[in-house]
Design a protein around this ligand. Structure first.
Ligand SMILES: Cc1ncc(COP(=O)(O)O)c(C=O)c1O
Length: 379
């Protein structure tokens, strides 16, 4: 198998991640915040240490402002549904994943006004300035596209949000672990992340950072292990957004993954990813009949390459790659119908190849050869 679907979830995970999950399940009893015996305290420490590692990664000054969720979809829902009210105006791009677009559509039906900036062929900062209205309360958007790999200029966008006193929510699903993110430099008020992609952790863990001073209406309430005498949800972080038992094995895995990233070094990871990306892009762009999407500028992209061959349905191409060379990739609309409309591929979808840190150069060569054969077959 040649795994080219790291944008969906990274594979393989570092062995330390599996070891940590196994250790947590077998040897670590106790539930965080539930009890004062040593096992409960250790579970609490695990949460705290993982928050601290995340805080370091994103340059967050107060780690307790990070709440764990199941994934980034939940984090984005909590942020959007908890912040926006009827009559508010919100701005996103037209490249959003449904994890952000669907809650916005739900809110639009309740009276939230939603504008979309076109970003399929680059982000226009002036268009953002022109779109901000007196009632704009939030700009929310993905940092990097899961369809084209394009990275958007969040540092400049964050500065505009600060200038207009508008909250800035960033979906880092495709960028965390690949691209430097600094909530202070980038003026990010709310940052959503997922553990199982570039962070190399297991599935089932994500989270939301809230800038100090910012409060959301919680959409999920319940047991937090604190203030049990009250029927009100605690107002402080992380308890405000962390009801119910956390995924402790998953969080132990994420902690190990963050340690792997720290030890490997961001620069090494980035260099490796860019090498793969460049090899794949250079090889594919020479194949007659293959159309690539995204800017092609290696500095401004994550390792995600979408392509089409004429009007062939992308699912047929993916089947061919799998049958011919056991290449696992993702075709179709990638939970992002808006993005495919923006880049003009809504009818066919695209075939998306996403190499990862552990991909080997020979695998990329094989992928290029197989796409060449596909281009012959479907021309
Ligand atoms: C840009 C983007 N946002 C959100 C998500 C949703 O991630 P999760 O399924 O981990 O919630 C994805 C997943 O592919 C994504 O690419």
């Amino acid at each position: 198998m040649i795994y080219m679907d790291n944008a969906a979830t990274t594979y393989p995970k570092p062995k330390a991640v599996a070891d940590a999950i196994y250790h947590q399940i077998l040897y670590m009893p106790g539930n965080a915040g539930r009890g004062t015996h040593p096992a409960a305290l250790s579970a609490g420490n695990l949460l705290q240490e993982t928050r601290e590692a995340l805080a370091k990664l994103f340059n967050i000054s107060q780690s307790e402002r990070i709440a764990f969720t199941m994934n980034i979809t939940q984090a984005l829902n909590v942020a959007l549904l908890g912040y926006l009210k009827p009559g508010d105006h919100v701005i996103s791009t037209d490249m959003e994943h449904n994890a952000l677009a669907r809650p916005l559509e739900l809110l639009r039906k309740t009276g939230v006004q939603w504008s979309r900036i076109s970003a399929g062929h680059g982000f226009d900062l002036d268009q953002l300035r022109r779109t901000i209205r007196p009632n704009t309360r939030m700009v929310c958007m993905l940092h990097a596209s899961n369809v084209t790999g394009d990275i958007f200029p969040i540092t400049e966008i964050g500065a505009i949000c600060q200038e207009y006193d508008v909250r800035f929510l960033v979906d880092t699903a495709q960028s965390a672990g690949f691209v430097d993110i600094d909530v202070q430099r980038d003026h990010i008020d709310l940052l959503a992340f997922t553990g199982h992609k570039g962070l190399l952790g297991p599935q089932g863990v994500g989270g939301l950072y809230l800038r100090p001073g910012l409060i959301l209406q919680p959409v999920i309430t319940g047991g937090t292990g604190s203030f049990s005498e009250s029927l009100e949800q605690p107002w402080f972080m992380p308890d405000l957004l962390e009801s119910g038992t956390m995924n402790l094995p998953g969080i132990a895995g994420l902690k190990a993954a963050l340690e792997f990233l720290r030890q490997t070094g961001k620069e090494n990871l980035l260099q490796q990813e860019r090498k793969h990306f460049q090899q794949l892009w250079e090889g594919l762009k020479e194949i007659p009949g293959v159309v690539l999407y995204g800017s092609g500028n290696v500095e401004q992209m994550t390792p995600v390459i979408s392509f089409t061959i004429g009007q062939t349905n992308s699912l047929e191409i993916a089947d061919y790659l799998e049958e011919k060379s056991h290449i696992f990739c993702r075709a179709g609309l990638h939970c992002a119908g808006l993005a495919h409309t923006a880049i003009g591929t809504f009818q066919t979808g695209t075939c998306r190849l996403s190499p990862g840190y552990f991909t080997r150069s020979e695998e990329i060569e094989r992928v290029i050869q197989t796409v060449e054969q596909a281009a012959q077959k479907f021309k």
